[in-house]
Design a protein around this ligand. Structure first.
Ligand code: ZN
Length: 242
């Protein structure tokens, strides 16, 4: 089976369209989104609709929760808070109801899907250090876990001896006995210095995961953001992928 995974769409319809088209072309059997459908970008309603239509499972991110008021924005920076305020104003009732009902963790066979971390998923921790990864692996009940949240793709691997190391997620041959937490990067606001949208394909027959990048019309999104008076910091960072 081929499974498509993507994360952190953030209301960026142009990037999302390119990714969904690619997943169709890849002939994936199932698709999952690991959260943050909205926040930052100019098309939250359209993105919620498209992600829900396309995906077999979707979990809530901190921005989705913040948009519906389920999570406070106290930990958000000034720009993120401004964008959430705008998002709340434009979200229609249908999208609001959908976001309100999203689970925080999904388990599908050998895969866990969660936006932030498997331990305390609603505390919205990040997995940056080996200590963070250690805590997450400890809470994980499946050999494979997909996360988002940091907008920077990376894979943490734990071997049978309990040692943890990182791996480039571009191509990973998944090995029996090892556990993997793979950060999917971001569709709509990558922050690893590469402005292209991220998505991944897991091939369960081949036990192989691949993370791919696709260019999209950044300028079109930026133009829409200008029209909506969204913070210029958020507009500019899209071209830099930071
Ligand atoms: Zn995010």
């Amino acid at each position: 089976m081929r499974i498509g995974i993507f994360s952190d769409v953030h209301g960026n319809l142009e990037a999302l369209k390119v990714v969904l088209k690619a997943l169709e072309k890849e002939k994936v059997d199932r698709s999952y989104c690991v959260g943050d459908l909205v926040g930052y970008g100019p098309n939250p309603n359209q993105c919620v609709k498209k992600v829900m239509q396309f995906s077999d499972g979707v979990v809530a991110g901190n921005h989705d929760r913040a948009a519906t008021g389920l999570t406070p924005t106290t930990n958000f920076n000034e720009y993120a808070r401004m964008a959430i305020k705008w998002t709340r104003k434009v979200l229609n009732e249908n999208a609001m109801n959908i976001l309100n009902r999203l689970p925080v963790v999904l388990r599908e066979g050998k895969i866990t899907l969660v936006h932030a971390t498997p331990d305390e998923p609603e505390a919205w921790h990040y997995i940056f250090t080996y200590t963070d990864a250690h805590r997450s692996f400890g809470a994980l009940k499946t050999p494979l876990c997909f996360v988002g949240h940091s907008h920077a793709p990376v894979a943490f691997v734990r071997n049978e001896e309990g040692e943890i190391f990182t791996q480039d997620p571009t191509e990973i041959k998944l090995e029996e006995g090892k556990m993997y937490i793979i950060n999917m990067g971001s569709v709509g606001q990558p922050r690893d210095g590469d402005p292209r949208a991220c998505y991944g394909v897991l091939d369960t027959d081949e036990s192989r995961f691949r993370l791919k990048r696709l260019a999209y019309s950044v300028e079109v999104v930026q133009e829409k953001m200008w029209k909506e008076n969204l913070p210029s910091y958020l507009i500019d960072r899209l071209s830099a992928g930071q």
